[in-house]
Design a protein around this ligand. Structure first.
Ligand code: AMP
Length: 417
């Protein structure tokens, strides 16, 4: 099936052709007709599946029609969890509407509000924003959302994970009730369903990939290795296999900085990206990584969320995420839009339980390998296994169905990354 047969405006069809998209991806095939019919949508789509165009193209089509009827003001609002994703979605709207009389503006925290206000004043049909900055604009009465006809929540799961639920609810109160709402999420859980119930009217459920599965084009390799050997193994892999563009995940900002320093010492041009860095610094690092000036980029989960690099081939989990769903997001950074990718995960004995969580989520059993020269020290493994016997307190918490105090601590820690 072609883009033209989906009923999109000829100028939009021409533009995607110019961009080299020969046919719609599965999520586009399913979502575009539903959005054109102005239905609410609950779509499960992994990163890299073409989900941005799946909502951007039909929404642009609709704006073209309403503009013909004389409609003005912000018509489409896209909320994203991170600045990077906001920039990326905005760039997609700009790319798709290059030859159309449609203006897209992006607004996020950590950057000058005045510059964003200037852009808004010049005219804005599509606003892409992070919840915090949008709320600031609303509270200061600097923005008019009364003409809105469509709201998109992109990566809704991540927004909830990052604790944006209150902000989102406050924003929703300021939006017209008669609107179309599109909900995109890579993973689904009970919280997501609960929010969708309050937001969506008779939604169409679209799931092109089976729920909670990893990107199909990504080969996954797991290496069992001692924690203190991970950095050496990583530098060895990058060097010996001549990987040129590698995205590496750690759990903490400090861990990201430390690993980047160690890899620099090993002679690999490496930078880190996380929430403690200024927006300017993050943009520079990302641009250098994209341009190939930086060979390895170490990122925390939140910072990496919006990174879209065509043909990124290698993703490494230097540490396993506490939240199994993050594994799906992480490895979804590679194998995008039909290209193949490799996701390497380094797992220490202490992290085995996290790997089990991931296996349960993706419904796949992994077989960790040993790499010659980096085999785990069996004495250490035995000691860790002994240490991991649960305490009475943990057993009691489990029996009562409570999270162990340890779990709570780790969840808290992750939120700040
Ligand atoms: P997304 O899932 O929206 O992050 O898109 C991932 C990548 O796929 C982006 O780089 C898009 O430019 C690209 N893309 C989107 N739709 C298509 C398509 N129909 N054909 C080829 N590439 C596409």
């Amino acid at each position: 099936m072609s883009f033209a047969s989906l009923g999109l405006h000829p100028d939009i069809v021409q533009q995607v052709k110019t961009l080299g998209y020969s046919s719609p991806t599965p999520i586009q095939l399913a979502a575009i007709p539903a959005v054109l019919e102005q239905k609410d949508l609950m779509a499960g789509a992994q990163t890299g599946t073409g989900k941005t165009a799946a909502f951007a193209l039909p929404l642009l089509h609709h704006i073209l029609q309403t503009k013909d009827l004389g409609h003005k003001g912000i018509q489409v609002l896209v909320l994203t969890p991170t600045r990077e994703l906001a920039q990326q979605v905005h760039a997609s709207f700009v790319k798709y509407s290059e030859k159309l009389p449609i203006q897209s503006v992006v607004a996020y925290g950590g950057a000058s509000i005045n510059v964003q206000l200037d852009s808004l004043r010049k005219g804005c049909d599509v606003l892409v924003a992070t919840p915090g900055r949008l709320l600031e604009l609303i509270m200061k009465d600097l923005i008019d959302l009364s003409h809105l006809h469509a709201l998109v929540l992109d990566e809704a799961d991540r927004m909830l994970d990052m604790g944006f639920i209150i902000d989102i609810q406050r924003i929703l109160k300021k939006l017209p009730e008669a609107r179309q709402t599109l909900f995109f999420s890579a993973t689904f859980n009970d919280e997501i369903f609960a929010l969708s119930k309050t937001l969506l009217k008779d939604p169409q459920l679209i799931e092109v990939d089976s729920r909670n599965t990893t990107a199909t084009q990504v080969e996954q390799t797991i290496y069992a290795v001692d924690q203190d050997q991970k950095s050496a193994l990583l530098s060895f892999l990058i060097g010996s296999k001549n990987w040129q563009q590698v995205l590496i995940f750690t759990r903490t900002k400090q861990g990201a900085d430390e690993l980047a320093k160690e890899m620099q010492k090993d002679g690999i041009a490496t930078q880190s990206i996380h929430g403690d860095k200024s927006q300017g610094a993050r943009d520079r690092v990302l641009a250098d990584f994209k341009a190939g000036k930086v060979r390895a980029l170490v990122a925390t989960d939140v910072a990496a969320r919006g990174i879209d690099i065509e043909q990124l081939q290698y993703v490494v989990n230097h540490e396993l995420p506490y939240n199994a769903e993050d594994y799906i997001h992480r490895i979804g950074r590679t194998g995008r839009a039909g290209t193949s990718g490799l996701a390497v995960t380094l797992v220490s004995e202490k992290e085995r339980y996290l790997l089990t969580d991931i296996e349960k989520l993706v419904g796949e059993q992994f077989v960790p390998q040993w790499l010659q020269g980096f085999e785990p020290d069996l004495n250490k493994v035995m000691n860790t296994q002994k240490k991991r016997e649960p305490s009475k307190k943990e057993l009691r918490a489990k029996a009562l169905g409570l999270h162990s105090p340890k779990d709570k601590k780790s969840k808290k820690k992750r939120r700040f990354n």
